[in-house]
Ligand binder design. Structure first.
Ligand SMILES: NC(=O)c1ccc[n+]([C@@H]2O[C@H](COP(=O)([O-])OP(=O)(O)OC[C@H]3O[C@@H](n4cnc5c(N)ncnc54)[C@H](O)[C@@H]3O)[C@@H](O)[C@H]2O)c1
Length: 253
């Protein structure tokens, strides 16, 4: 989708001279909008369900064929919770869906990394980035099982980052992004309220999808070659703020 963080990132990386392939779940392809992006980026689209090892193997193999060699960067920009979609409260989780949330939003990151290692698909000093949210560290009532998915995602970045770094000098990090008005973001109940709250709690304001794309470009570059196994806060200062004048003013009687 046009407002997706991955969409903005593709345009930014293209602008910076990068070459890449694009992917999404086959079911999401039906909307067809990804073809517009592919045209704008002169990039091939290779459908893959990120929970399927076979699809990921095909994705990496074909990407190396199309791009003519190993990869320098990979972005994991995937999140989905059936429980959130169906409006389930945290005290009424459907556990089959809970496992789906973890599979799609976290375990898929391990599958991406393991598949790329097995195919030896990354160049040395390559960079793999996944997108996280501060609900991995703090409780947000309506983020329900996605909070556990993000905690697991960040943990995978540490564990795999350690392995991939010593094996192949590949960097693995997560970027913890401000609330952003995308399909995944606005699907959370009360999104507008915590978007506005984060805006007031962040001295720089919320980071936009375009800001996030810029940061991802930096993390893909050689300027950050010694950064790995980190969860990097990209939130306008939100995570280090106790309270701000904006909020004091707003709450003053
Ligand atoms: N929007 C926010 O407020 C926010 C804040 C912090 C982090 N993030 C994270 O950023 C990432 C990107 O989300 P976004 O906000 O751009 O929303 P988005 O809904 O545009 O992107 C999520 C993408 O995941 C894809 N997807 C779902 N299941 C899949 C599967 N099985 N295989 C492959 N792809 C699949 C969807 O088709 C969609 O394109 C997510 O990890 C999200 O949790 C978002």
């Amino acid at each position: 989708m046009k407002n997706s963080i991955a969409w903005k990132t593709a345009l930014k990386i293209k602008e910076e001279g990068g070459q890449f392939t694009l992917t999404n779940a086959p079911i999401a392809m039906r909307l067809g909008t990804i073809n517009q992006l592919a045209k704008a980026c002169n990039a091939e689209v290779i459908p893959a369900d990120a929970t399927s090892e076979a699809d990921l193997t095909n994705l990496f193999t074909k990407s190396m064929e199309v791009l003519g060699g190993k990869l320098d960067f990979v972005l994991h920009s995937i999140g989905m919770s059936p429980n959130i979609r169906k409006g389930k409260a945290y005290g009424d989780m459907n556990y089959e869906w809970y496992l789906k949330t973890l599979d799609i939003s976290a375990l898929s990151f391990h599958k991406v990394l393991q598949t790329s290692e097995k195919l030896d698909a990354m160049n040395e000093w390559g960079s793999v980035v996944a997108l996280s949210y501060i609900a991995a560290q703090r409780a947000y009532p309506d983020y329900t099982d996605m909070a556990q998915a993000k905690a697991m995602l960040e943990s995978i970045a540490r564990s795999y980052g350690q392995r991939y770094g010593s094996l192949k000098k590949v960097r693995v990090n997560t970027i913890s992004q401000s609330p952003t008005k995308t399909t995944a973001g606005t699907g959370i109940a009360g999104f507008d309220v915590f978007f506005d709250f984060a805006q007031m709690m962040s001295p720089l304001g919320n980071a936009s999808a375009e800001d996030c794309a810029n940061y991802i470009a930096v993390m893909f570059s050689d300027y950050t070659r010694m950064v790995t196994m980190q969860n990097l806060m990209h939130d306008g200062g939100f995570s280090s703020s106790g309270i701000t004048y904006d909020l004091v003013e707003r709450l003053s009687k």
